[in-house]
Design a protein around this ligand. Structure first.
Ligand code: PEP
Ligand code: MG
Length: 565
């Protein structure tokens, strides 16, 4: 049961938690969607003489609702416009209209006719399952709008607020979400829904901070001041006004700074750091090209072949690799040879069953058993490079020893390419100087480095605190590799998830890391953060992190220096 505005006193400063979906902070008064019309189902049969009138009412209401949705579609863009147009089409669907009209002609009141047709239609969609079943919410939304129109009630859904507000709801009909105006809705929280729901997709497109699946959200009445943090998933009820206003302003300033960052990567005082993108195919590379990424720091080639039962030919591989090289012509592109195994098994490369695949024959270890797959892939990379006129850097995953690095480097050099290796195994980080003697560069995979350093499966949600890339033990190994690179003037990058965390990225730079490669979506946030701090601050933050013993303390220590808090 929703509380009245007077009851909110007891919720003062309370923090509710949900699943964060769209980052950013919004602060304002809460509004809630209008109540859906209740339908009296026990109405007597309409006398024959009045039925044409009911029929007319229904037709007029359906037409009006469809027209309003079309008008809103015309004022929207992208996914929002598509959702609204699709819903307008639903309100004029001939089968649905005919079914409602049939009920009305048989004596049902206009609203009951709409409801009966909707139940019938929804049943069919549900039976069809999948995407069709997902349209049931849209259909019920149309029904409610038509019923309200017939009854002469205001259209259900989101009220037009007279000041910028925070929208709270159980869940939103797609038509409601699609019509949101980001200048009036500063944040959105729902008690239901998931990160891939319609609500989440459209909130993401509109850039409205959003949290879904929030417990106890029903207890927060309209009119209450609310702060929503789409990064942490927190909803603070009736927070301290001055602090909340400042947080929201800071968030808007951050968003503007990130949106305006166009590269190239450098600290505030001009120390250059390559900001690169992780990609998995040509399409991903072309999408990354639209960001300020200066190149590709990790091309995960194995992801191109997850569905293949047999090894792709050299020519086939060359075509795929050339797509990525062409997308970043004349830019740095680091191609990783197949990292098959564990969470990315390839049918043509891996053992069918290993008791412990993360510690098994994966990555470069496959070449020990059968060097043919690696040789053919390197031939394909060389062919793609020759065709594109590119000079890709080529690196091997899962290197554990200097000997593995030496043997890989020889094969790469034979083909006129530039060899490097990934540092993902603690042994390779500990002997980074010995490994580096054989190759031209290192790239640190912090995802696997954390997994192997902490002896914690990176796929396990239960062990997420252990595989946190802020674990000081992991940072210490990164520092060893960076120091080894600096000593001989060879580049050492990071291409694991650590590089996608703007604060941690600055710490990595302070350790001596020369390039950061992350998902294209994270490039601007990382670049903008780095551009806001000096290299000396990065060095100080790195030293502070190395003096801590747990990830929370590490984050706090870095935040104090780099966030000025
Ligand atoms: C890593 O382990 O950090 C890495 C970048 O490689 P992947 O995530 O593909 O294993
Ligand atoms: Mg890895």
């Amino acid at each position: 049961m929703t509380r009245s505005a007077e009851d909110v006193q007891g919720l003062q400063g309370t923090t509710l938690h949900g699943t964060p979906v769209v980052p950013g902070v919004g602060y304002g008064r809460a509004i809630r969607p209008g109540v859906r019309p209740a339908l009296r189902v026990d109405q007597p049969e309409v006398p024959e003489a009045d039925r044409p009138d009911q029929l007319e009412k229904f037709r007029l209401a359906a037409t009006t609702v469809a027209q309003r949705l079309r008008e809103r579609a015309a004022n929207a863009s992208g996914a929002a416009a598509e959702v609204l147009s699709a819903n307008a089409a639903m309100a004029t669907d001939r089968a649905w209209l005919r079914s409602a009209e049939k009920s009305i002609k048989a004596g049902a009141e206009a609203g009951i006719g709409a409801a009966t047709a909707t139940d019938w239609f929804a049943g069919m969609l549900e039976k069809a399952g999948g995407l069709m079943a997902e349209r049931v919410t849209d259909l019920r939304d149309i029904r409610d709008r038509v019923i309200a129109e017939i009854a002469g009630l205001p259209e259900p859904g989101i009220p037009m607020p007279d000041e910028p507000s925070i929208l709270l709801a159980d869940d939103l009909a797609p038509a409601d979400t699609a019509g949101l105006d980001p200048t009036l809705i500063l944040g959105l929280a729902t008690s239901l829904g998931g990160p891939t729901s319609h609500t989440a997709i459209i909130a993401r497109q509109l850039g409205i901070p959003c949290v879904v699946a929030v417990g106890e959200l029903d207890d927060v009445p309209a009119g209450t001041a609310v702060l929503i943090d789409g990064t942490t998933g927190e909803i603070v009820v009736a927070p301290n006004e001055a602090a909340a206003t400042e947080r929201a302003q800071q968030s808007r300033a951050d968003a503007a700074r990130i949106a305006g960052w166009a590269g190239p990567g450098a600290t505030l005082d001009g120390r250059p750091v390559d900001i690169l993108a992780n990609v998995q195919d040509g399409a991903g590379a072309r999408a990354a090209r639209a960001t300020a990424a200066e190149g590709v720091g990790l091309f995960r080639t194995e992801l191109c072949f997850l569905d293949r039962a047999t090894e792709p030919t050299v020519a086939e591989q060359a075509d795929i690799y050339a797509e990525v090289l062409d997308a970043f012509a004349a830019k740095k592109v680091v191609v990783r040879t197949l990292d098959a195994g564990s969470d990315k098994p390839l049918k043509f490369a891996n053992h069918a069953a290993e008791a412990n695949p993360a510690l098994g024959v994966r990555g470069i270890r496959i070449a020990e058993r059968d060097s043919g797959i690696l040789d053919r892939q390197l031939d394909a990379i060389a062919a793609a490079a020759a065709r594109s006129g590119a000079e890709p850097w080529v690196m091997a995953p899962m290197i554990s020893t200097a000997a593995e690095a030496a043997s890989f480097a020889a094969k790469v050099r034979e083909r006129g390419l530039k060899p490097g290796v990934m540092i993902e195994v603690p042994a390779a980080a500990l002997l980074a100087d010995q490994v580096l003697a054989h190759v031209e560069f290192l790239s640190i995979g912090t995802n696997d480095l954390a997994q192997y350093t902490m002896a914690a499966d990176r796929m396990s949600a239960d062990l997420a605190a252990l595989t946190d890339p802020w674990q000081p033990a992991v940072v210490k190994l990164v520092a060893m590799a960076a120091t080894a690179g600096a000593a001989v003037g060879k580049p050492v990058g990071v291409c694991g998830e650590a590089a996608a965390d703007p604060l941690l990225a600055c710490v990595l730079v302070g350790l001596g890391i020369t390039s950061l490669s992350c998902a294209a979506a994270a490039v601007a946030a990382v670049g903008a953060k780095l551009a806001s701090v000096t290299f000396d601050d990065c060095v100080a933050a790195a030293a502070a992190v190395l003096a801590t013993a747990d990830p929370l303390a590490a984050r706090a220590a870095a935040g104090e220096i780099l966030n000025g808090s």
